[in-house]
Design a protein around this ligand. Structure first.
Ligand code: G
Ligand code: G
Ligand code: MN
Ligand code: NA
Length: 254
């Protein structure tokens, strides 16, 4: 409860910000998109990890407020980069399961696209298998509606949740994000190599793209290239960074 109270204040006092982690084409290493990640700097507690405060927010409707905040901040940032004369790449936001239960989820997205005058393809949604279980029909309808607004949908943390195949069957997804759990040490672990190869084959047979997450070493990158992943995200190619740092990446594209 204490943390929940503080998080409520954080929203009001503007202690929350977004950082952006670049996602690159695994072969050319051209910038492809970004993942927006929430950061909270509390005046006394210092940096509080979303791994800690998101679960707290998820216990109440605070997560819905947080979700709207992230969506509108991401859209505002895209609009701001465009004002600076930059050509933004799509920005993916993480969406919790409870957000997907809202009847007006797609209306919210439509609202921010209009407010910031940006095309839908510049926003993306990442959902976790875990987030989808409670109201699958509603979640599916919401993701379809988001897809119709032009947003690409990715299944996050792929392989770590439940009944993934059901999601692949029903959801309008465009990409799988292979969880770091399978990526860390994939260069030296034959079993992980076989698992990743199978995930990629599955994804490609369904015409989905594959993003490898949490790539930290050149050797992992080389292995993931060989295993035919499409995109790479991780500390090796770029840490999550503030908007100004990301603007430099946007500006440096040739
Ligand atoms: O970036 P970091 O490793 O600190 O994130 C930890 C966890 O918090 C990850 O699982 C990430 O998906 C989640 N997370 C980060 N930002 C958001 C957000 O804006 N909304 C939601 N729902 N989860 C987020
Ligand atoms: O669950 P999700 O995939 O949304 O969360 C992404 C999380 O992974 C973020 O907290 C981000 O900071 C973290 N992350 C991104 N790249 C790397 C990496 O190369 N290594 C590690 N350990 N964490 C990473
Ligand atoms: Mn994610
Ligand atoms: Na993930």
């Amino acid at each position: 409860i204490a943390l929940q109270r503080r998080l409520q204040d954080a929203l009001l006092q503007d202690q929350l910000s977004l950082v952006f982690q670049p996602i690159f084409d695994i072969h050319s290493l051209h910038l492809h998109s970004a993942e927006a990640l929430l950061r909270w700097r509390h005046p006394e507690l210092g940096e509080v990890s979303p791994a800690r405060f998101i679960p707290v927010a998820e216990r109440s409707d605070l997560i819905l407020e947080l979700g709207r905040h992230v969506l509108s901040r991401a859209a505002a940032q895209i609009a701001d980069w465009r004002r600076q004369g930059l050509e933004p790449v799509p920005v993916a936001v993480n969406v919790s399961g409870s957000e997907l239960k809202q009847c007006d989820f797609a209306d919210q997205i439509g609202g921010v696209l209009k407010e910031y005058a940006i095309p839908g393809h510049l926003l993306r949604v990442e959902v976790t298998e875990h987030g989808l279980i409670s109201d699958f029909a509603r979640a599916t309808a919401n993701l379809r509606a988001a897809g119709e607004l032009g947003l690409g949908i990715a299944l996050d943390d792929f392989g770590t949740g439940y009944s993934s195949f059901r999601y692949l069957r029903h959801l309008p997804i465009r990409a799988l994000k292979i969880d770091r759990e399978f990526v860390a040490g994939v260069d030296v672990d034959a079993r992980d190599q076989r698992i990743v190869r199978a995930m990629v084959a599955l994804a490609h047979s369904l015409r989905l793209k594959v993003i490898a997450e949490g790539v930290e070493t050149e050797s992992e990158l080389a292995t993931l290239r060989r295993l035919r992943c499409d995109y790479v995200q991780g500390f090796l190619t770029g840490r999550p960074m503030p908007a100004a740092g990301f603007a430099a990446l946007l500006g440096a594209r040739g």
